[in-house]
Design a protein around this ligand. Structure first.
Ligand code: PLP
Length: 462
């Protein structure tokens, strides 16, 4: 633990209470409860200001620290890079920037270019801007609309919220940016609410619903479709069989660019480098952030195909022909330096294979819990990206009350295990427990997480 004295620590807690505006937290409880300060981390575990140890089942709270805490080799790589060359605007290149772009694009056949930025939202904004500029340059201003899916999330800026299918995240931040249009979600467990009857081929039906929106809007108005490969904060929604193949077909039929938001799934989370690689799709844009450097540095990327890149260089006599965009801190070399070291670790320790094996083990464990706790309506996920949807009634599938879901999270926290839950996202459906342990997780860690959830469910839903 840190060498701070108890007095130092209470001063820090008071400074935090007085001056820090915490993300995602209501203010009132912090007047009476101490804010939580995370002081140190090692492997799968973190320690708070009281010295309490927590097993982190959500990789830094939001699917981020894929290779675990305390990786000195990433810190060393960042330090070495910073003392040599910390920053220059990305109009010039950098050594780690070039190396990482080359290594990463090798993992994503068909994509060749990397645009560097700092956050998932920003990477998505880059893709949106590219789509808009392609509309102006190649379609006379048509094909500017961007479709997004109910329950998906693409970030926190106003344009990203306008492309966001989680009404509770968006509420009170309007007016929104025009030109974004919603398509239905693809959560088969909730298909009864979608009014399509008891369809057999649900994957195809849910994708056909995208085509219906395209036809309603007019195909020549739609430029791109932006989807999460597996929806994260909207409920850990693994797309149904046949969905992605049909999505690809629809994009090709109507000449619509496919933008896959891999901010959560990217760089190993589901057992492949990218989530879309489970489904054989060929995206035009792939955006990524959280796992790219496991939170050791702020970095996000918008990867594109050469076809997209070419669309910006066909009229050199036009002074507006190129992508006139900059992200100041996209030139920080700490990001790609950390990302390269992060990738070394994933390869050397064979973490994709571990992620697949431990993900299967944990999903089996969640199914076993569902046999004992009727409150688990469905457990789902891929790799170490898992969720358990809680219901008040298994037959009607009425969602469990949000307060009770949060009580399970709080109970686990008491036990020293940090889990997550969908929160303030989809009205009435904030009822999915979320798990995303680091890709280094071992069976013992998974057993400890499952055991904490088992105990919490038993106590909360007596
Ligand atoms: N896209 C997805 C799928 C996300 O889950 C998130 C954040 O959770 C974002 C984009 C936004 O990323 P950031 O918070 O880095 O802007």
């Amino acid at each position: 633990m840190d060498t701070l004295t108890p007095n130092d620590m209470s001063a820090i807690v008071e400074a935090d209470r007085a001056h820090v505006w915490h993300h995602l937290l209501p203010h009132k409880p912090l007047e009476t409860n101490d804010p939580r300060i995370i002081v140190e981390g090692k492997g799968m575990r973190v320690w708070d200001q009281r010295g309490k140890e927590h097993l982190d089942a959500v990789s830094g709270g939001v699917w981020t620290v894929n290779v675990g805490y305390g990786r000195t080799e990433i810190a060393d790589a960042v330090r070495d890079q910073l003392v040599k060359m910390n920053y220059f605007a990305q109009s010039a290149g950098s050594i780690p920037g070039a190396r990482f772009a080359e290594r990463l694009t090798e993992k994503m056949p068909g994509l060749t270019r990397l645009y560097y930025a700092n956050s998932g939202s920003e990477a998505n904004e880059k893709a949106f801007k590219m789509v808009r500029q392609i509309s102006h340059r190649h379609h006379g201003g048509r094909k500017s609309k961007i479709l997004y899916r109910d329950r998906d999330y693409h970030g926190t800026t106003i344009a990203c919220l306008s492309a966001g299918g989680q009404q509770e995240r968006n509420a009170q931040y309007g007016p929104y940016t025009p030109g974004f249009v919603e398509v239905p979600h693809c959560l088969e467990y909730r298909k009864a609410d979608q009014g399509w009857g008891d369809v057999e081929d649900y994957g195809r039906r849910a994708a056909d619903a995208i085509e219906e929106v395209i036809l309603r809007e007019g195909p020549d108005t739609v430029g791109a479709l932006c989807l999460e490969p597996i929806t994260a904060g909207g409920g850990v929604i693994v797309p149904p069989e046949g969905y992605w193949a049909r999505v690809q077909e629809i994009c090709e039929t109507y000449d619509i660019l496919l933008h896959i938001d891999e901010v959560v799934c990217g760089v190993g989370r589901t057992g492949t480098w990218f989530g879309y690689q489970h489904y054989g799709v060929k995206p035009d844009f792939v955006t990524m952030a959280k796992g790219v450097a496991s939170g050791y540095a702020a970095i996000s990327c918008c990867a594109t195909s050469e076809r997209v890149f070419e669309m910006f260089k066909d009229a050199p006599d036009d002074p507006m022909h190129y992508f006139r965009d900059i992200s100041t801190f996209g030139g920080c070399t700490a990001g790609p330096a950390a990302a390269l070291a992060n990738m070394d670790i994933i390869e050397r320790e064979d973490l994709l294979a571990n992620c697949t094996a431990m993900g299967d083990y944990m999903l089996d464990g969640l199914h076993a819990l569902a046999d004992r706790h009727r409150v688990i309506g469905q457990a789902r996920g891929k790799g170490l990206f898992l969720g358990a949807e809680l219901v008040a009634d298994r037959d009607t599938r009425e969602p469990a009350a949000e307060k009770k879901v949060q009580a399970v999270v709080a109970d686990c926290m008491e036990q020293g295990v940090i889990i997550g839950a969908t929160n303030r996202s989809v009205p009435g459906h904030n009822n999915t427990l979320c798990f995303s342990p680091a890709l280094i997780a071992k069976k013992d860690d998974i057993d400890a997480i499952l055991s904490a959830v088992d105990g919490a469910l038993g106590r909360v839903f007596t």
